[in-house]
Design a protein around this ligand. Structure first.
Ligand SMILES: Nc1nc2c(c(=O)[nH]1)N[C@H]1C(S)=C(S)[C@@H](COP(=O)(O)OP(=O)(O)OC[C@H]3O[C@@H](n4cnc5c(=O)[nH]c(N)nc54)[C@H](O)[C@@H]3O)O[C@H]1N2
Ligand SMILES: Nc1nc2c(c(=O)[nH]1)N[C@H]1C(S)=C(S)[C@@H](COP(=O)(O)OP(=O)(O)OC[C@H]3O[C@@H](n4cnc5c(=O)[nH]c(N)nc54)[C@H](O)[C@@H]3O)O[C@H]1N2
Ligand code: SF4
Ligand SMILES: [Mo]
Length: 749
């Protein structure tokens, strides 16, 4: 048969770079970069290790290719291949029976990072009647989205342009986490004499190396740092007076509020020289337009998360760095169908709200909180996705699994996540899951989580499924394209799986599109672009306008901002109604070690240190790609980073092994010496050993899994959203001499 060259996409990270697939007899025989499509830059693919592996992964020996049903004890590695009908019929029957016995809340779901379109799962859950979707909401995306929306009426993006005078990179390390379009833009900024690049990160990352100024705060002290910058800008009258007068609400309160946060006070708390705080603050204000991008470093700091983001919003606002070209620009809603409409959740808010576990505990991150914010965003005709922003708190869902309080949760669907590695408190997650009646995992691989499932359903991956990446619809951008081939073996797209289950459970009316491609095409339709055109270009994008608050209605009144007061809310009118504060106050850092535990370990010469976890590293993605031998050669071991001083205190050198422990558990890592604060360590996350297979040892995931140490307990989480901590933590550490299994990586990977 003849060969065809077809346009398709890599999906090894969120960029979905264009690829050209040579297809013969329904199989891909070659892949090449396609720089004619998004992100339009051959250097990105040339610099990326991952896309070339698509071919191996498409037909990798370790892929799950058929539906598998557990036959032995949970986690014993005994499976039987079953047909799709057998699997889906049985799952649907069991879910029906459970719902009948315990109610719709009996089913929970878990999702992960942006690996796929999650709205089909969300639609399925909504129609089933359960609000219990867990995910990364509270710790990855929501804190920023919530606080932007509460302050400005919608989300804000950095608009780095040649005229941008200063860029703040706050708690993010795009050199490792992005390594693509954005990182290339920053490298240019770093080299430009006209733009100052400030990186705020406790570690001297590759991004920090490109900066004009590196600020290294003690983890979790960023709110104080931001308040202190506000103090400097106000004291030195560097703010944009006209913009503040016309468009900011609560400035006088802010002035009083930040008075105590002098740079000298912040120096003590944050460990950054007062002079550097003044320098960064005055650059941001005086070199406007200035842009600011934040990341996981300040999204995952527990109690301080909301106030830190609020303080950063105030920093953008009073310097007039909002909606001006080259500054921080308010995004647009999507022209295509919004995530909220795809989920169908808005139509079912009342039933879901009744079962929502969060309402009493996290008044913003719940259906009632969503409704209050929606009343504001709808002024501008925009809708936030519902399911991410109301996602259930894992502490509450795990408790419902453990105790059946306030009602029983007995079944779980896991899509595109590996919670035994990536959710907090692995021992707790493991025990809760082991006690369930039904676990269904949709994945490419037999991950540790898949190994304890009742059913493992084989998902179609990039190249064999269409892609439509739309960032939850909070911007007017979507990218991706067509599948090059039909799914290999019996794999199915995630959409097909939820549709098939939904139809079995009486949801037929709501699954009219027979394929994911049709569903994507209909999603795009209101934007006036055909699916074919989108696949051809790999992109739908309409850049946001500027100064949108000045646009006028029919009566020539400016629209302003979609907040309670119509202005940017430095002092929030909404947050106090939800039990929060008008102005940002720093919270306390999470302690993972009790005083008894510290005392006991110190007697045995362990050291008590500060801990941050999960800093991104190429070529891995969380727990993914450790099955690729060439990647394992590049980065063979789970690493713990520290500086010389800490290493000396611990009595270790490069390559030594260290055990880290908290009240919750322990994990082992190899030492790397780097530049960071004294007594601070950083540990990798997501480590397991896919080469160990499915033999009951759960891929060796107990050995170097940092989430054995962490916790999502609500008592120390942020009060409005429920954010727990992966950064700004503490742990005990000690050198170990035992040869860990990863000293001798298996040769038969
Ligand atoms: N290679 C790779 N890329 C990825 C991923 C991956 O797993 N691997 N994951 C993807 C996902 S899901 C996400 S969410 C993004 C995350 O992308 P980023 O937000 O860029 O995450 P990191 O690269 O971990 O960078 C966070 C930085 O915050 C710093 N930090 C820690 N604590 C603090 C603190 O208290 N204050 C400040 N100011 N900084 C702090 C850390 O040292 C770290 O360098 O990356 C995405 N890209
Ligand atoms: N300690 C600590 N914990 C953290 C973090 C941290 O920094 N430190 N970061 C947190 C953050 S920001 C995030 S986003 C999460 C990430 O957590 P996860 O998303 O759970 O991490 P991954 O290891 O990338 O798991 C993705 C799984 O989905 C599968 N998969 C990939 N694509 C698809 C698909 O299209 N369909 C299906 N069905 N399966 C697919 C992969 O094979 C893999 O097993 O981890 C969080 N946990
Ligand atoms: S940048 Fe991301 S999407 Fe693009 S080729 Fe690399 S891994 Fe694939
Ligand atoms: Mo994430």
């Amino acid at each position: 048969m003849s060969e065809n060259i077809l346009k398709t996409n890599c999906h090894f990270c969120g960029y979905l770079c264009g690829l050209l697939a040579t297809v013969k007899d329904g199989r891909v025989i070659n892949l090449e970069p396609d720089p004619s499509r998004y992100p339009y830059d051959e250097r990105i693919l040339a610099g990326c290790h991952r896309w070339k592996k698509n071919l191996d992964i498409l037909d990798g020996a370790d892929r799950v290719n058929y539906p598998l049903k557990r036959t032995g004890e949970r986690g014993s590695g005994q499976w039987m291949r079953v047909s799709w009908d057998e699997a889906l019929d049985d799952i649907a029957n069991r879910l029906s029976a459970l719902k009948q016995e315990y109610g719709a809340g009996v089913l929970a779901s878990m999702i992960g990072g942006p690996h796929t379109s999650f709205w089909p799962l969300h639609r399925f859950m909504t129609l089933f009647g359960s609000p219990n979707n867990m995910g990364i909401g509270q710790i990855c995306w929501n804190p920023r989205i919530w606080m932007d929306v509460i302050t400005f009426g919608w989300t804000v993006e950095a608009d780095i342009r040649p005229e941008t005078g200063c860029v703040f990179i706050w708690g993010t390390n795009p050199a490792e986490s992005d390594n693509s379009v954005f990182w290339r833009t920053l490298l240019k900024v770093g080299k430009s004499a006209d733009t100052k690049l400030v990186v705020i990160d406790p570690r001297f990352t590759r991004t920090a190396k490109a900066a004009d100024l590196w600020l290294s705060p003690k983890p979790g002290t960023d709110c104080t740092l931001a308040l202190s910058m506000l103090n400097v800008i106000i004291e030195h009258e560097l703010y944009d007076k006209q913009f503040v007068d016309e468009w900011c609400h609560g400035f006088d309160e802010l002035v009083e509020h930040v008075k105590p946060y002098t740079p000298e006070y912040a120096e003590n708390i944050c460990g950054i020289a007062a002079e550097d705080i003044c320098k960064a603050a005055s650059w941001f204000a005086s070199l406007a337009p200035s842009a600011l991008i934040s990341g996981r470093g300040i999204d995952q700091v527990g109690q301080s998360v909301a106030p830190t983001h609020r303080a950063i919003c105030c920093l953008r606002a009073i310097t007039g760095n909002i909606d001006v070209p080259g500054s921080c620009v308010i995004a647009e809603g999507s022209d295509f169908v919004s995530e909220a409409d795809l989920e169908l959740t808005l139509q079912h808010m009342d039933e879901l709200s009744k079962l929502c576990l969060n309402t009493k505990y996290t008044p913003l991150q719940c259906y009632e909180g969503y409704k209050q914010v929606e009343a504001l965003t709808e002024k501008a005709g925009r809708k936030l996705p519902v399911r991410y922003l109301t996602s259930a708190h894992p502490d509450l869902v795990l408790r419902a699994m453990e105790t059946s309080e306030p009602y029983a949760v007995r079944a779980l669907i896991v899509e595109a996540t590996n919670p035994l590695l990536t959710y907090a408190d692995t021992h707790r997650v493991y025990n809760a899951l082991m006690g369930l009646d039904l676990i269904v995992v949709l994945d490419y691989y037999m991950t540790p989580t898949a190994q304890i499932a009742d059913y493992v359903l084989p998902s179609a991956a990039a190249i064999e499924r269409p892609t439509f990446q739309a960032h939850g619809g909070v911007g007017n951008i979507a990218y991706g394209g067509a599948a090059a081939v039909k799914p290999y073996y019996e794999r199915k797209t995630d959409y097909d799986i939820f549709r098939a289950l939904g139809i079995r459970l009486g949801q037929k009316e709501n699954w009219r599109s027979a394929t994911f491609e049709q569903a994507c095409s209909q999603t795009l339709a209101p934007a006036g672009m055909s699916w074919e055109e989108y696949c051809e270009q790999g992109l739908y994008f309409r850049p946001p306008g500027y100064m949108k608050h000045l646009m006028t209605d029919d009566e020539m009144r400016p629209f302003g901002f979609a907040t309670t007061t119509g202005k940017i809310e430095l002092a929030s009118e909404l947050l106090p109604k939800l039990g929060g504060q008008r102005l940002p106050e720093p919270g306390h850092a999470r302690q993972l070690c009790s005083s008894e535990f510290i005392a006991e370990k110190e007697c045995d010469s362990w050291l008590h240190l500060y801990l941050i976890t999960g800093g991104r590293k190429q070529p891995y993605n969380a727990s993914m790609y450790m099955n690729i031998p060439s990647f394992r050669k590049m980065r063979p071991y789970p690493e713990v980073e520290m500086n010389e001083v800490t290493a000396n205190r611990l009595g270790v050198k490069l390559g030594d092994s260290v055990i880290l422990a908290t009240d919750n558990g322990q994990a082992a890592f190899k030492v790397v010496i780097t530049s960071m604060a004294d007594d601070l360590i950083h540990a990798d996350y997501g480590w397991w050993h896919p080469e160990w297979g499915d033999d009951g040892r759960l891929g060796g995931m107990w050995e170097s899994n940092i989430n054995c140490l962490t916790s999502c307990s609500l008592d120390q989480s942020e009060a409005l959203i429920g954010t727990w901590s992966y950064n700004a933590l503490d742990c005990m550490a000690k050198k170990v001499d035992k040869v860990l299994s990863w000293d001798e990586p298996s040769t038969d990977m």
